[in-house]
Design a protein around this ligand. Structure first.
Ligand SMILES: Nc1ncnc2c1ncn2[C@@H]1O[C@H](COP(=O)(O)OP(=O)(O)OP(=O)(O)O)[C@@H](O)[C@H]1O
Ligand SMILES: [Mg+2]
Length: 490
């Protein structure tokens, strides 16, 4: 057991960490913080929700010179919401040290960011595109940067981002520390990563499984057209505190959130085609629980830490096993329990096996619930709520009314009527949902990474549309298949 108080870090940080409620370091924190404080480059891989943000955040903030108003560290994250979240966590860690942290991301007025940049933040957290934009405008200067962090490193070094990352790194002095963190690190991506690094220490917390043990994982085999009924019945039965439903495409997310609303659920969608204002509003509503179902593309798959997410539903199978790991990792965080349900059509079973082979964990089969099961689920929920209300609520203003009802009616009838009115009976309102074709399993995934397209000596080559590419890991087939992902969010 490693306590934060025992780390060689300054008092203001210890005070901030304790205010955040952390006492004991998680395994990845215990292993990486000392090594990072010594100045090493680090590749840190640990399961979702195990505190990787603080693992890089603590040493990063320890190193900052607060008397220097220039940018000393940058953290790059794949999505806007993650950049904001990471900057908030760093702000908390640096609170008593008075470190200034700023997030810059696409979709927010650039003028506002430029004004904030003039105040001399020491740490910038941003999405690659917007960070490059500021570098080109000379509103961000990286000459004093000593630390570069790639959060969700494998995603950042993936096809769509690598050129931006390379351009950013060109602006950083060659003497700098590089920290890469993610829950997944496919070997070919790690090889690319090491090119950017100086004798990196690779720290992977020892665990056979890629996903955390406290997430129960199920799959539900059903026809494409039956998935939605199965979803709403499951929602009725499982009554999640907060749930995230992942869909494959933006259109899918729009249709799903509308269909859920039609059936009376408090659901909203989030994806890359919405305005930033709308994206932030939906996420705020979800955190405040004015909605309890977030329907999302993979834009919400990585890094987001929202307490209370008890269930994740993969309405559509994710494109690759890594995406599965990150999606389900939105639940079961910081030692909490979670459940993940994945819908799969019969033709997609090979794809599911592929996911299981990567995660080294079997998903349990779950039967498609019937309407009766759904009704029973809702009844059980109401039963539990009433039982706890009997013990905990002040019912005095209702007691007279109860007496009146009981005078004229049979007691069991009265309670049954009240139960019926309170129970949300399964809603079968027809909804419109465009069918998605089944996912095709990629023949040999291992070979498809970095297949001839990338080598150390052959860094530049032209792709099919003649555009020069620097380095890459996925082949073109994979690239096409990933275009539906909401990736370029900055
Ligand atoms: N030592 C600790 N003690 C208690 N809670 C912690 C500790 N470290 C981090 N946490 C909390 O655990 C949660 C998950 O942390 P974090 O978001 O950093 O996970 P992660 O490993 O980056 O996950 P992901 O792979 O999904 O990005 C956060 O709410 C964080 O505040
Ligand atoms: Mg993280």
């Amino acid at each position: 057991m490693t306590l934060f108080q025992d780390f060689e870090i300054s008092q203001p940080l210890k005070k901030a960490i304790s205010k955040m409620g952390f006492e004991e370091a998680t395994p990845i924190q215990a292993q990486t913080i000392p090594v990072t404080l010594e100045g090493n480059d680090v590749i840190g891989q640990a399961q979702t929700g195990t505190g990787k943000t603080a693992a890089f955040g603590i040493p990063l903030i320890e190193k900052i010179d607060v008397n220097n108003p220039r940018i000393q560290a940058i953290v790059i994250a794949p999505t806007r919401e993650l950049a904001i979240q990471v900057s908030e966590e760093l702000y908390k860690i640096g609170y008593y040290k008075r470190v200034q942290v700023l997030s810059v991301y696409g979709g927010q007025e650039i003028g506002r960011q430029i004004r904030a940049l003039k105040k001399g933040p020491q740490i910038i957290v941003g999405t690659p595109g917007r960070m490059l934009d500021h570098i080109n405008r000379k509103t961000i200067r990286l000459q004093d940067v000593q630390t570069v962090v790639l959060d969700e490193a494998d995603e950042m070094l993936n096809m769509g981002f690598i050129e931006d990352i390379e351009s950013i790194l060109k602006e950083v002095p060659s003497e700098h520390q590089t920290l890469l963190f993610s829950a997944t690190m496919p070997k070919p991506i790690q090889a690319i990563a090491e090119r950017f690094m100086h004798e990196p220490k690779v720290i992977k917390t020892k665990s056979k499984e890629v996903t955390v043990a406290n997430i129960e994982q199920y799959y539900i085999e059903t026809q494409e057209q039956k998935k939605f009924d199965a979803l709403t019945r499951l929602l009725d039965i499982q009554a999640p505190e907060l749930a995230i439903v992942f869909g494959r495409t933006k259109r899918r997310v729009d249709e799903l959130s509308e269909a859920l609303q039609t059936r009376g659920y408090a659901a909203q969608g989030i994806h890359g085609d919405l305005t930033q204002g709308k994206r932030m509003k939906v996420l705020r509503q979800f955190k405040e629980r004015s909605i309890d179902i977030l329907v999302a593309t993979d834009v919400a798959a990585r890094g987001l830490d929202i307490s209370g997410v008890s269930h994740v539903y993969n309405f559509d199978l994710p494109q690759d096993p890594e995406s599965y790991v990150h999606r389900i990792g939105r639940t079961g965080r910081a030692g909490k329990q979670g459940k993940a349900m994945t819908f799969v059509t019969p033709r997609e079973i090979p794809h599911l096996k592929n996911v299981e082979a990567t995660t080294k964990r079997r998903m349990e089969p779950m039967k498609v619930p019937s309407l009766d099961d759904a009704l029973e689920g809702q009844q059980r929920l109401i039963f539990d709520q009433i039982t706890s209300a009997i013990n905990e609520e002040n019912l005095s203003s209702y007691e007279q009314m109860a007496e009146n009802l009981l005078e004229k009616n049979d007691a069991a009838k009265v309670v049954a009527a009240a139960l019926k009115l309170m129970t949300k009976e399964p809603d079968t309102t027809p909804v419109k949902l465009t069918s998605e074709p089944p996912l095709q399993v990629k023949k040999d995934r291992k070979k498809s990474y970095g297949k001839g397209n990338y080598s150390k000596n052959k860094r530049n080559y032209r792709n099919k549309d003649g555009r020069q590419q620097s380095s890459r890991s996925y082949d073109m087939k994979q690239r096409r298949s990933r275009t539906n992902k909401t990736r370029k969010s900055s």
